[in-house]
Design a protein around this ligand. Sequence first.
Ligand SMILES: Cc1cc2nc3c(=O)[nH]c(=O)nc-3n(C[C@H](O)[C@H](O)[C@H](O)COP(=O)(O)OP(=O)(O)OC[C@H]3O[C@@H](n4cnc5c(N)ncnc54)[C@H](O)[C@@H]3O)c2cc1C
Length: 231
Amino acid sequence: MIIQNPQVLLPQSELDPRVISKLERYARVCYKSEGQMTEQGDPDFLKRIIKSGHESIIEHEKITLMFIIDRGISHEIVRHRAGAAYSQESTRYCNYSKDKFSNEISVIDPYFFRDDPQAYKLWMDSCQTAESSYMNLLKAGRSPQEARSVLPNSLKTEIVVSYNMREWRHFLRLRCDKAAHPQMRQVGIPILLLFREKIPVLFADVEYDSNFSAEHYAPIIMTDDNFIPLK
Ligand SMILES: Cc1cc2nc3c(=O)[nH]c(=O)nc-3n(C[C@H](O)[C@H](O)[C@H](O)COP(=O)(O)OP(=O)(O)OC[C@H]3O[C@@H](n4cnc5c(N)ncnc54)[C@H](O)[C@@H]3O)c2cc1C
């Protein structure tokens, strides 16, 4: 059984700064004010539009990234419907007894058990039992889609998520709040901080749980368009 930390893979091309001038141009159609566009753009124009609640404008642009997280957190992510698209590793079609999975399951380390050896051992024993039952069901001739019944919430999954900018704002507002699950904040907050830095016009006003310790943030790995990490 492989135990790994959560990660976010983000293609560099998804953080294209031209998104802001494109959105400004689309929005100016409403007021026929395209003549007021300047080379450097007017970030205050878009900020005013968002503040006024005219958020449908920012649905024209999207960001796609890949979460590597556990199935429990992925289930929370896919509850977001509006302006969303998903492609997720399937426990129906993936057979973790095969060589390409090194004949074992992968699980995401629940960081909150790390300081509690007893809880951590209980979690690990439970995942190992689940793995062993899964492999035994496959050996007994059951299919992966049947054997998956015993796999844990902690099972590692890869999910490609595309949200338009309006949905990213909504998602991050909900999922970076202190009411969100800690493993959700673990991936959500570093995404929000990066978006705030790179696209402040759209994200600077989205708040987050600043008491969540940065030591638990999942790394955001910049990649090419095929999710291969950049050198
Ligand atoms: C802290 C927290 C705890 C939660 N606990 C639970 C729980 O115990 N049980 C549970 O089942 N879920 C729970 N959820 C999930 C929650 O109920 C939502 O399903 C999830 O957050 C998706 O958000 P959303 O509904 O805003 O959907 P999104 O798809 O993100 O929609 C964005 C917005 O579009 C609008 N919209 C989208 N679809 C419709 C529609 N069909 N009709 C009208 N307007 C629409 C709404 O304004 C919505 O807010 C929890 C979420 C959070 C953040």
